[in-house]
Design a protein around this ligand. Structure first.
Ligand code: ADP
Ligand code: MG
Length: 682
């Protein structure tokens, strides 16, 4: 059917009225009738259907969208008029047709001037969204005699009537906002997907205009497929003159948020078989660990933990809607040059959805999210942990992050969302992201005689959000040095690995994506093991010290479930439980042991209150109370210090001074008169 011979609007109308889907139903009259019921103003048309009906008609929508869409809207209005006449009258000027499912996606990177004023479909990630602003559609202008003249609006600048329709007045026509019609409008910014970004390139982005009922269809961090018309918009004006340089943007017609299910990497049947075979191998788990960052020698338990993080535990949603996080967070602290950054890079590349960032942050949005102001509009911009939603954010130099990010991460690491309220924008963004963080100790090298909190500067509550923390120390022994040197030299000489990893990089990536689909459940045996271990941990800590909390138990469940996932099992076995326990136990030995009292499983370490410290605190307070006596008289600092010294609990004067500073800072004692202190009464 040649298009030229018939009017486009007639063809569109015929399509809408006569198109039958596979089950023989007339889909579109039905959909249009629905609009009246739901009060919606857009009818969604599946592009496939048009192509099936008439290829040329479909083509015309892409190549000449402005004319074709106008005709399409007219046709839709005609059909709506027969289906729901009065509603059609109400929404006459705002009825819209939205095209869904244009299958030929154009890579964002290759959109250029040849696409100007064409309808295209592109996939990408929304990184920014502006506040909603009213856009004038139908202007009501009033002359000085009070007559009304209406002008339909399009284009960038406002269009005014040349003269009043009733009295021919040409001046003093004022816009009457109350009688004008506005629709919501919003600017979004869409960016290339990180996995499609060629290495070493800057991601390409487009500003996207969204109007009417598709505003707020997508939030920063969402992955979308959108259809729209590419437009050229004049860039900044240079003084009075207009610039010759234009910027392209997309006028969106339809925005579809992509399926949020993880691991959208296509996996062929053959690959699925390969994956299943890997899991069947008797040393399957060991072989997977061995395939992690094969260029890095040793660090097996770190590799094992990161492997678990990449698979993650399944998220549990309780009947009341509470979400229990399945994502595993891991923190690597250690000496410089022990391949921490290298590990993070590998993890970010092999993760089905990974991002690598430095805590210092390179964008305004940093790690979490920010509200920025551009051309008088407030915009919400997503940071790394939001963009890596349903994936992994590898954050190097974690201790150097900005203060805003710190507080945002408190929320993110437990609740899996980032909330921002600023500049009139209040939003909660999804950030179901596993965090793999790394930091160097403050003094360059990790001091094994000090607790973790004294080795790094990180706000205390953040530390408790990590499921596992590793301390990687560079402790040279001749044999190890030799091994590492040989390994590094071999890799360089052969320009490859000395022994090939059992599972190659590309397959490992697919393996991980595949494993994420499994939601294993705990077996009774696994449950018993985890419970035993947890209760033991609770017991090992003495009165007045801080022991394991239910958080630890949840961590164990996540780790064990992730291990089951990696083995492609839908049950968490005893073996998985033991694997999780062994990793947790490593953390208990290395991190959660007070360096002073050697108390094991002392979770006070993470809170900056290890057993030793708490002991000293209570001794100090006892001494202070004795000096006060029953009549609670002020205590002279000089005498207090002498008594603390005599107690033998403190190594030197420095430690005593620190304790006193702490008592004052935390408001436990206060200076009553110079040199004399009182206790704050509870
Ligand atoms: P960090 O971030 O811990 O300071 P890097 O990741 O930057 O350290 O590592 C420094 C360099 O040393 C990297 O090139 C890394 O490959 C190498 N290296 C360090 N430890 C190992 C190891 N165990 N095996 C192989 N290479 C290593
Ligand atoms: Mg580093």
């Amino acid at each position: 059917m040649a298009i030229i011979t018939r009017k486009l609007s007639e063809l569109f109308e015929e399509f809408l009225r006569t198109y039958q889907d596979k089950s023989g139903e007339y889909k579109y009259p039905e959909r249009l009738a629905q609009l009246a019921a739901t009060g919606s103003k857009s009818v969604i048309v599946d592009y496939e259907d048009i192509i099936q009906f008439n290829t040329d008609l479909g083509e015309s929508l892409l190549s000449r969208p402005d004319d074709s869409m106008k005709e399409f809207r007219t046709a839709a209005f005609e059909v709506l008029s027969t289906e729901a006449a009065s509603y059609a009258g109400q929404i006459r000027n705002s009825l819209n047709v939205r095209l869904r499912g244009i299958t030929d996606l154009i890579p964002l990177r290759s959109v250029d001037t040849s696409h100007l004023d064409k309808m295209i479909a592109v996939a990408g990630m929304i990184v920014r969204s502006s506040e909603l602003r009213p856009l004038l559609m139908d202007g009501a202008f009033v002359c000085s005699n009070g007559h009304l003249t209406r002008v339909m609006q399009d284009g960038v600048a406002i269009r005014r009537p040349l003269k009043c329709e009733s009295c021919e007045e040409t001046r003093n026509l004022e816009l009457d906002e109350k009688r004008s019609v506005f629709i919501d409008s919003q600017v979004l910014r869409m960016q290339e997907l990180p996995e499609e970004l060629p290495p070493g390139q800057l991601p390409r982005f487009f500003d996207v205009d969204a109007t009417g009922d598709i505003v707020n269809a997508a939030r920063p961090g969402d992955r979308v497929v959108l259809s729209g018309v590419v437009r050229a918009e004049q860039d900044l004006t240079i003084g009075q003159a207009r610039s010759r340089v234009f910027r392209s943007k997309i006028d969106s017609n339809y925005i579809q948020v992509s399926g949020k299910e993880p691991g959208q990497i296509p996996i062929t049947k053959e690959e699925e078989n390969l994956i299943k075979n890997i899991a069947k191998h008797q040393d399957a788990f060991k072989r997977l660990v061995k395939s992690m960052a094969p260029a890095i020698l040793g660090l097996e338990s770190v590799k094992e933990a990161i492997l678990l993080l990449l698979a993650g535990g399944p998220q549990t949603v309780l009947p009341d809607g509470t979400r229990l996080r399945g994502d595993i967070n891991i923190f690597l602290v250690g000496d410089p040059g022990v391949a921490k950054s290298e590990m993070l890079k590998f993890a970010s590349q092999v993760a089905p959805r990974g991002m690598f960032a430095s805590g210092k942050g390179s964008t305004a949005a940093g790690l979490s999210a920010a509200v920025i102001r551009e051309k008088n509009t407030f915009m919400l911009e997503a940071g790394v942990v939001v963009l890596a939603d349903q994936g992994v954010a590898c954050i190097d130099e974690f201790d150097k992050m900005k203060d805003e990010d710190r507080s945002a991460l408190h929320e993110q690491m437990e609740q899996q969302t980032v909330t921002i309220a600023k500049g009139g924008i209040y939003a909660t963004l999804n950030a179901r992201t596993a965090i793999l963080a790394a930091a160097n100790p403050i003094l360059g090298k990790y001091d094994p005689y000090k607790n973790l909190t004294e080795n790094i500067t990180l706000p205390i509550p953040l530390l408790t959000r990590f499921d596992l923390i590793f301390i990687i120390r560079d402790t040279p022994t001749a044999a190890q040095d030799d091994r590492l040197a040989t390994h590094i030299l071999d890799v360089h000489r052969k320009k490859g690995y000395t022994d090939l990893p059992p599972v190659q990089f590309d397959l490992l990536k697919k393996y991980l994506a595949y494993s994420k689909k499994i939601s294993p459940v705990l077996t009774m045996e696994a449950q018993t093991r985890l419970k035993e271990y947890y209760l033991d941990l609770r017991k090992s800590v003495k009165e007045g010290q801080i022991g394991a909390t239910p958080r630890t138990l949840e961590s164990l469940i996540r780790l064990a479930s992730a291990r089951a996932r990696l083995m492609l099992r839908d049950q968490v076995t005893e073996e998985d439980a033991l694997g999780a326990i062994s990793l947790m136990n490593k953390m208990v030995e290395d991190v959660l042991t007070d360096t002073e009292t050697k108390t094991k499983g002392d979770f006070g370490v993470l809170l900056g209150q290890p057993a030793g410290e708490r002991g000293k605190l209570s001794t100090s307070m006892e001494i202070f109370r004795t000096l006060e006596g029953a009549e609670k008289k002020p205590v002279e600092m000089k005498i207090f210090k002498e008594e603390l010294n005599k107690s033998g609990r403190f190594k030197n004067d420095d430690e005593i001074d620190k304790m006193i500073q702490k008592l004052i800072k935390e408001g436990i004692i206060w200076e009553n008169r110079p040199g004399f202190y009182r206790r704050v009464q509870a």
